[in-house]
Design a binder for this molecule. Sequence first.
Ligand code: PLP
Length: 396
Amino acid sequence: MTETFTGSFTQQEPIPEEAIEAAMAVLRHGRLHRYNVAPGELGETALLEQEFAAQMGAKYCLAVSSGGYALATALRAVGVQPGDLVLTNAFTLAPVPGAIASVGARPIFVGVTESLTIDLDDLEAKLDQARVLMLSHMRGHLCDMDRLMQMCDAAGVIVIEDCAHTMGAAWRGQLSGRQGAIGCYSCQTYKHVNSGEGGLLITDDEELAAKATMLSGSYMLYERHLAAPGPEVFERIKYTTPNVSGRMDNLRAAILRPQLRDLDRQVRRWNERYDEIAAGLRGTPGLTIVERPEEETYVGSSIQFLLLDWSPERIAEVIRRCAVRGVELKWFGGAEPTGFTSRYDSWRYADSAPMPASDRILAGIMDMRVPLTFSLEDCCLIARIIRSEVGAVYQS
Ligand SMILES: *Cc1c(COP(=O)(O)O)cnc(C)c1O
């Protein structure tokens, strides 16, 4: 008998009842704009920032309209100018080079290793070409953050972290987004909390926090923030920082607050599912599991494995056969960008030098989302299907 999976790879869990209630309260009073507060009211967005800062152990937090907006705001806040070069990962998603392009800067791509993290040797060789690294913890894989920070600190390179896939993850117990100067998160439906769209930015640097707040469109209402620096810091920058409107609103903030309180439990649930799939795939001939370093606390909201040195035809055949059985695999090695996957050489607005070692890895990266609507039995079934189809093509 051939088993098939009939679940959906894009179905999220419903928004928690508590969040729905909070959203309804905002809808009923109508004050959706973050600065539209009644006398004495703090506002959902300001409270969200206060709570996320505390949760992350950061001094300052700013909520914005998207993760990509948070990244672009971080670049502006650290002073990236049109024409500047910004180091970033070759293996990431399009909003990352897009954020760099949005400020008129140009990415320098850094290679990817078999651990799916940034190639630190390649980074070391390129460190003198830029003063900012936008580090994307793509698909939740953390590189050796100790070595990376040591290298960047020594070279005077500012690190902005793209934590779209690492909200709740940690390196040697330190939460992801706390190592660099700024950590950026996405609250978009496919990430770890879901407000449709939304982003969060954290930092311990008062000047960066004040600039980001002004940039996000605070006008002169920054005193209504609960996780921003004092007015004296804004005094220094308020005339020279443009308003690049991109605020969070109270409705989304209301939806997010209960979800963030539940983040640790959700992380455990993701990892139960991830570990089940990884265990089911381990030892499949021809398939390489991306083993996680001991120092890393990961969030298994997606899983990757490698079909290293397989021909494109055979990989396409695995994808086709899995799809017939209801398992949706994404492939970073495809000739054309499809859906959410694209490669550094498909971002043709940015120059890139060929990176053969990275190309070999990108060509073999298989990627699968792990929504929390999957049961553990679903995860075992999915692993069995992948295992048998990879096996069948491998032996053919
Ligand atoms: C989703 C994502 C972003 C951007 O987040 P949005 O909220 O969609 O703008 C940035 N980087 C990575 C790696 C992402 O997956």
